[in-house]
Design a protein around this ligand. Structure first.
Ligand code: NDP
Ligand code: 8X3
Length: 251
């Protein structure tokens, strides 16, 4: 039977690449994000492969999240796979110089947003005794790096929530996995540096960073294992990266 996946943060980067990968492998899609024109473009692109439904909402606002999920038409209501991917870093400042707005955006988006979306979808999975949740963490959720403070804290929370979900949902036969990428070349740094594209580019200069398709390929691998197999936790680095701060650059 054809499966349905809901992907948050599908307008760019890892989420978009995952939507493309899933569509080409005949998974029906609910693609989510705030930028409606990006969602519409992606829907148009992928509709030749699978059915695609758009949900535009901001994960930071629980009411918006619940309303969006409740609005799903009947053929998209049954969600087999939830990819909790939406998230970003905002700023790269010391704790003493950090901005409260940036902190709110990261805690509200990366942690509370993931919870709100999960809360809206878990009940149907519990009812069916079936489902798969993939949480996109980060190597920043495994090790703290200088000036990473609140972003790292938000991803440590994702790491903890992944473990907690797996324990609590175990009795309901629901699979839960986390994937923790190192540096992936997406819009991530552009967002972190507030549109400073030159600074963002330097993050990926002098080595081959992971590409969003690399992570999408791994997500697809994780969700297509036999049902009795769960890859709980997966750390993925570019070969040139040995830790948050050790990156072998050619120039
Ligand atoms: P991008 O900036 O390319 O994509 C982020 C996605 O999240 C966009 O689709 C954006 O959609 C969505 N998003 C962000 N905030 C919100 C919000 N408040 N409400 C709804 N959607 C939101 O970055 P990546 O693809 O790199 O990031 C995807 C995930 O991977 C994030 O959780 C990030 O922390 C994680 N990650 C990234 C790494 C990297 O090096 N790039 C490494 C490790 C983890 P829109 O703006 O349209 O709402
Ligand atoms: C994104 C990777 O190292 O910029 O989560 O935090 S890093």
């Amino acid at each position: 039977m054809q499966q349905t996946a809901l992907i948050t943060g599908a307008t760019s980067g890892i989420g978009k690449a995952t939507a493309q990968f899933f569509a080409k492998n005949n998974i029906r899609l609910i693609i989510c994000g705030r930028r409606i024109e990006k969602l519409q473009q992606l829907q148009q692109e992928l509709s030749e492969f699978t059915k695609v439904h758009i949900l535009q909402f901001d994960v930071r606002y629980n009411e918006e999240v619940q309303k969006a999920i409740n609005s799903l038409p009947s053929e998209f209501k049954h969600i087999d796979i939830l990819i909790n991917n939406a998230g970003n870093a905002h700023g790269l400042n010391s704790i003493q110089d950090g901005s409260i707005d940036d902190w709110d955006a990261m805690i509200d988006g990366n942690v509370k947003g993931l919870l709100y979306v999960s809360k809206a979808i878990i009940p149907q999975m519990v009812k069916r005794n079936n489902g798969f949740i993939v949480n996109i963490g980060s190597t920043a959720g495994k090790d703290v790096y200088p000036n990473g403070n609140v972003y790292c804290a938000s991803k440590f929370a994702v790491n903890a929530l992944n473990k907690g979900m797996r324990m609590d949902l175990n009795q309901h036969n629901i699979r839960v996995s986390a994937i923790h990428p190192g540096l992936v070349e997406t819009e991530f740094s552009e967002v972190r540096f507030k549109g400073d594209t030159e600074r963002a580019k330097t993050v990926y200069k002098g080595y081959k960073a992971l590409q969003p398709e690399d992570i999408a390929d791994i997500i697809y691998f994780v969700v297509t294992r036999p049902y009795h197999v769960t890859i709980e936790d997966l750390i993925v680095y570019p070969t040139a990266q040995a830790s948050a701060t050790i990156i072998h650059k050619e120039n």
